[in-house]
Design a protein around this ligand. Sequence first.
Ligand code: IMP
Length: 429
Amino acid sequence: MPTLVIVGAQWGDEAKGKLVDVLGGQADVVVRFSGGNNAGHTVIVGTEEFRFHLIPAGILHPNVTAILGSGMVVCPKGLLEELDRTRAARPIIGTLKISAAAHVVFPYHRMLDRLEEEARGENKIGTTSRGIGPAYEDKVARFGIRIGEFVDQHRFARRLGEVLKTKNELLARLGGERLEYDAVLSEYSAYADRIRPYVCDTEVMLQDAVAEGKRVLFEGAQGALLDLDSGTYPFVTSSHPVAGGACLGTGVGPRAIDQVLGVAKAYTTRVGTGPFPTELADATGDRIREVGKEYGTTTGRGRRCGWLDLVVLRQSCRLNSLSGLVLTRLDVLSGLDELKVATAYRFRGETIRHIPANTWELDELEPVYETLPGWSEDLTGARSLDDLPKNAWDYMRFIEEFTGTPIAILSIGPARDQTIVIREDLIWG
Ligand code: IMP
């Protein structure tokens, strides 16, 4: 059963898109299992750059079936724009399938996302404003409109009327504008007509694929520390980007998963608000942002940058039961004399080696750092581990030893060939 889950091991933006593109070519099926177009996966093929928010990046490979799983929330407009854009650049792409059980994101979700953020004032989460949280709220309240209903003309017309009535009352209470039923129905029915051919019971399709021994890649979005339960709540997304979410959001059971790779940057970044113990609000942080081009694919916001937090990473290795790590962006650290990595925190006079569940306590944490020597060599041309300077080797070895997890793949640039596979056995088993 060659199945592989890829998740972000930090706070998102770990360069999963590139990895899913590289490994997607070896898969029969690539499936997204959580989130919506809050994600942004950039893939560079030669001189072309593709940005995916909803469609699994694996779609660039013509033999791949790319699935939007039941755990997702799907903005139909965004999906169709992305599909048109990809097809314009690549007439032949993989096959697209969308779970009938996934939920639809409507304009009122986006409006509510913004209004709720405004209402939070200083405590805002810094969401991507894509309506993700409000769409998941409807799902949990058992009030959401699922893709299967959306593409059923009569059911959609009836459900939209019912839902809009409540949403317009809510929008009015929060000072927002009302939405007109006829306008939304006509715009969204046109999207539904285009989406209908792709909709099916993808859960059965995936269960069959697993049973037939096909290679299935579960494409994570966001990162483990943004998980609704295990992340830094409430500064989290509203779904389950951890490896366990791959089962919840696609309809396959836990024993169907063979390998789990966690993608981690050689340093740490975070967008939006929320605790970030190793954040560098100084020239080194600015340097990492500029060299690493740390600006959001979805929102364009500058990312907060800091040293590698190994306490976070070790927790993530356990939380996701990682078989291996994929270390990305090691090249960005070239030129720094010294590199710090957090190995514990000082908290109220004690040394602790985990992230407390009470998020407000994270603001009091003082990272305990180990300092490792840096390197000056440019790593972007490296094609094997032998091309790396000794200090880069040592940095990698320190990460492996501290987390107890081997580095399976190293990425030293955005292109497909800037990828060094170290442990083939940890990829497809
Ligand atoms: P939401 O997912 O738009 O509700 O945003 C909630 C939090 O998750 C915010 O801090 C966002 O910046 C963060 N977030 C959501 N998606 C991503 C992502 O793909 N990468 C990094 N951060 C994300």
